[in-house]
Design a protein around this ligand. Structure first.
Ligand code: UTP
Length: 226
């Protein structure tokens, strides 16, 4: 079965706004898709990761320790999605890419979080896509695509419907280095996708019909990076 990787932003999963209802609907869609595709999902840490990272920073922890705090939260979110998916999903989040590959041999859905300091789950998803030989990665995030500037800060920002990998690398190139950044896609991940020519679809994660279209490689609302 064709592998497809989904990078599911923590900000999409945990919003304090109908989260369990969303998780149930998302699980139903993923289970449906898993009849046709081998699914690998990487969950982000979102607001809860940022809370722990901020608290740890206040307490004087170093950046790599803060990354470890973030990773724990991404794995916690992975467990929550696994709970919603039931038996179709591998029962625990793998802690590295080889384990994920192995888990994919026995299960049609594998859900994992972060693996190592210094990156975000977007990069994990990109590296996992390389490992499982996926041609397509879908990034489900809180905005409906990549914009010319941060749409939450700049009202004049415009959505870019199609761009090249080089364009994406230029757009996200200035990602701040500290733990807990928030950009449309991780700069390390963007470079990984470019070197392996993996298509990236960036979509708003709560619009499930649109997310499904992107996962199936159909036309969708958002940004396609080829
Ligand atoms: P996320 O991938 O959630 O980062 O990981 P994010 O940029 O905050 O993304 P959204 O908002 O969920 O979309 C949270 C933090 O966990 C650490 C990093 O500090 C990251 O910012 N992390 C995560 C790692 O160090 N390594 C990993 O493999 C994953």
């Amino acid at each position: 079965m064709e592998p497809v990787v989904l990078s599911l932003g923590g900000s999409v999963l945990i919003r304090d706004d109908g989260d369990t209802a969303y998780l149930r609907k998302l699980a139903k869609i993923l289970i449906g898709l898993s009849s046709s595709y081998k699914l690998y999902v990487v969950t982000g840490g979102g607001r809860i990761a940022r809370y722990y990272i901020g608290a740890g920073r206040d307490l004087g922890a170093d950046e790599s320790f803060l990354d470890e705090l973030g990773i724990e939260v991404t794995r916690l979110n992975a467990r929550l999605l696994i709970t919603a998916l039931g038996d179709r999903a591998y029962h625990v989040p793998p802690s590295n890419y080889d384990e994920a590959l192995q888990a994919g041999k026995t299960h049609s859905i594998v859900v994992m979080g972060g693996v190592s300091p210094g990156i975000t789950t977007d990069a994990v998803a990109a590296l996992l896509a390389e490992r499982v030989k996926a041609k397509r990665l879908v990034n489900a995030t809180s905005v409906d695509g990549a914009y010319s500037a941060d749409p939450k800060k700049d009202p004049g920002a415009t959505r870019i419907s199609k761009m090249t990998h080089e364009d994406l690398i230029a757009l996200v190139g200035s990602t701040p280095a500290g733990a807990g950044p928030s950009v449309v896609f991780d700069s390390v991940g963007a470079k990984v996708l470019e070197r392996s020519k993996i298509t990236l679809a960036i979509v708003e994660g709560r619009d499930l019909a649109n997310l499904r279209d992107a996962m199936e490689g159909r036309a969708f609302k958002g940004t396609i990076v080829v």
